[in-house]
Ligand binder design. Structure first.
Ligand SMILES: [Zn+2]
Length: 84
């Protein structure tokens, strides 16, 4: 096989892997996919250490909150709305 073709397939594979992880963390999958295709493992490691983002308010949330599907910011906002 053409070595350039192998490189292209590997880059696409990394784009998909990094894109999926970015999507799971509520980050831009296309932007991260491009970074992943260019930097391979580096993008994956950097992304792995980045915090999850809330899908609603885009604030950083802890891994525990992300797994539970709650965001402390949004919970507080909702409570304030109920009170006021
Ligand atoms: Zn939120």
């Amino acid at each position: 096989m053409d070595p350039n073709l192998i490189k292209l397939i590997a880059a696409l594979l990394w784009a998909v892997i990094v894109g999926l992880l970015a999507n799971r963390k509520n980050r831009n999958p296309i932007g991260w996919g491009i970074v992943g295709a260019l930097s391979w493992l580096i993008a994956l490691v950097v992304l792995a250490f980045m915090p999850y983002l809330c899908p609603k308010c885009k604030q950083k949330i802890s891994n525990k909150d992300a797994k539970a599907g709650v965001c402390q910011n949004c919970v507080n906002v909702e409570q304030n709305e109920v009170i006021s």
